[in-house]
Design a protein around this ligand. Structure first.
Ligand SMILES: NC(=O)c1ccc[n+]([C@@H]2O[C@H](COP(=O)([O-])OP(=O)(O)OC[C@H]3O[C@@H](n4cnc5c(N)ncnc54)[C@H](O)[C@@H]3O)[C@@H](O)[C@H]2O)c1
Length: 356
């Protein structure tokens, strides 16, 4: 058992960014666990979206709004009285952050301030998990995985905004949430997440699915970039397990946590592209995109020893299985299958310990 179902039954949980890729999966999972789920977010960032395809809204209260709007957010807190908050709302794309740095910093930094401020102003919150990114670290382009205590940084606006969100969380924690009776505030840093239902622009697998489903070759940039790939439910399990521990032992767990894949699954973009292409079959093929793009880090690895040792969290799906499930999801969506049932089936299978 990765997640303690008894803990979540009836728990009031607020997910920000519930209309997005990870937030959609998390909201579905929490619904299956019997939590009273509310969500606060802008509308789904893509069309199609997991939110629409899997009818995520069906089992929760969905409030549409901007995370930069503090009074609206406080109103949601006062109305829904969350006990646990998982903050995912963000401008989540590196390339888009070059196009609109102001929106990226506003959403990712002030959005985090607002979630923590609303927590401070609303009694009854036990646990807050602020989701940042593996990109929050000052990238040294070295071969080792980053550990939680290493320096924050970020050369592009997205990465810097996530490093800044970490600093904001640390300042709020030590200033307002360190005495007994206050919420436990932790941050979570995951890797490059893959799974069905992501239609983000400039993301490897969504770009490939868009190309292959319309009979075009996929154009791939930075094919030698090395990333920690992981199945979407793996870091989500980490966030849930962390929130459970934060609720009961905030002093011990209110810190930062990495949730990365097993070491062999940190591979380059070309390797993932090759495996997706062969799973897709037919005439699928990819080509190197030779147009120039803004800078992205070359090598990124995460060290998750701390989460394994202290949360007893561990990744369970190999990259091959993760890719099989991901491609199966998109294929089913293209065939017009019931994607809520299929997504719930993938969650059940994972929750029951199905890995490999
Ligand atoms: N997908 C990954 O590989 C990955 C890796 C590491 C970290 N993360 C982080 O995980 C979180 C979720 O990522 P995702 O992949 O689901 O992204 P996504 O783009 O699919 O979803 C982002 C969500 O945030 C919402 N949002 C954006 N701007 C908002 C605003 N101003 N106010 C309110 N809501 C707003 C969107 O509507 C959407 O619901 C983000 O914080 C992201 O930085 C993602």
């Amino acid at each position: 058992m990765v997640v303690n179902a008894a803990f979540w039954r009836g728990k009031r949980v607020l997910v920000t960014g519930h209309t997005g890729f990870k937030g959609g999966w998390l909201s579905l999972w929490l619904q299956r666990l019997g939590a009273a789920v509310s969500g606060y977010s802008l509308p789904a960032p893509t069309q199609p979206s997991l939110f629409a395809a899997a009818q995520v809204e069906k089992g929760m209260v969905s409030v549409l709004g901007d995370i930069r709007d503090l009074p609206a957010l406080i109103n949601v807190f006062e109305t829904h009285r969350p006990e646990v908050i998982i903050h995912l709302a963000a401008q989540a794309l590196v390339q888009a952050s070059y196009q609109d740095p102001v929106e990226t910093f506003g959403t990712n930094v002030m959005g985090t301030v607002n979630v923590l401020e609303a927590t401070r102003q609303t009694p009854g919150v036990h646990a807050v998990v602020i989701v940042t990114s593996d990109k929050c670290y000052e990238n040294r382009e070295w071969i080792w995985g980053y550990r939680e205590y290493e320096a924050m940084g970020g050369r592009d606006p997205y990465s810097a905004s996530k490093g800044a969100a970490e600093l904001v969380s640390g300042a709020y924690r030590s200033s307002f949430f360190s005495s007994s009776g206050t919420a436990g505030v932790a941050t979570a840093r995951a890797g490059n997440v893959i799974g069905g239902g992501d239609w983000g622009v400039d993301r490897l697998i969504p770009d490939m699915v868009r190309a292959y489903s319309s009979g075009r070759p996929a154009l791939i940039r930075n094919s030698r970039a090395i990333r920690p790939w992981q199945y979407v439910l793996e870091p989500l399990a980490g966030y849930l397990m962390l929130a459970e521990r934060l609720s009961t032992q905030p002093a011990e767990f209110a810190e930062s946590w990495n949730f990365g894949p097993p070491e062999p699954d940190t591979v380059d973009v070309a390797e993932v592209a090759d495996r997706v292409t062969s799973l897709w079959g037919q005439d699928a093929r990819w080509e190197q995109d030779r147009t120039t793009h803004s800078h992205e880090a070359h090598t990124l690895r995460l060290d998750s020893s701390k989460s394994r040792a202290r949360l007893k969290w561990r990744p369970r799906l190999s990259l091959d299985t993760a890719l099989e499930r991901t491609v199966a999801w998109y294929r089913a969506a293209l065939r017009g299958e019931d994607m809520r049932t299929l997504s719930e089936g993938q969650i059940e299978h994972y929750q029951a310990g199905g890995g490999a």
